[in-house]
Write a protein that binds this ligand. Sequence first.
Ligand code: HEM
Length: 146
Amino acid sequence: MMHSTLILCALSTLVLGFLPNVFATVAEEDVPAVVQNMRDINKGFRTLRRQIDDTDQKDENLKLIAQIRADLVAASKEEPLKTPELPASERDAFLKGYRQLMDSVLAEMDKLKAAVSAGNNAEAKSLLRQINELKKQGHGKYQKEE
Ligand code: HEM
């Protein structure tokens, strides 16, 4: 009796110990690079928006902007998931449009960096709104419908 309780305990510890790993595996599903880049960009902006008014976080905010910028550059080197579904004759123009819009976002990121460096929060917030508009535009044209 004592034995089986011990074995049961050991087994459940083992199973419970592995459970988080199982969930982690599901969470880190193998997503395409462009999707992962977008998730990183999204996370970066969420943090940035939360602390953009905090002048104590200026260095941290500039780091976030540099990181988001790098993720945007990485995303622009990838292709939207719906590219292969388009007629071959349309793909070049589609990718060109995608990369041009990404370049517009990058140009706004550079203005954002300048605004944060100068401590101009009102300007920084207005640029964040502007970037959000470009995001909506980008998703409308380039994101695959679920
Ligand atoms: C700048 C702010 C942006 C943010 C915060 C953002 C955020 C996101 C998020 C959260 C996703 C969903 C990821 C998932 O499925 O888990 C996504 C997907 C995507 N976004 Fe963005 N995005 C931004 C800008 C853009 C722009 C400007 C474009 C196009 C020029 C774009 C194109 C796409 C594409 C193509 C996908 C999904 C993959 C696909 O369907 O091909 N995004 N984005």
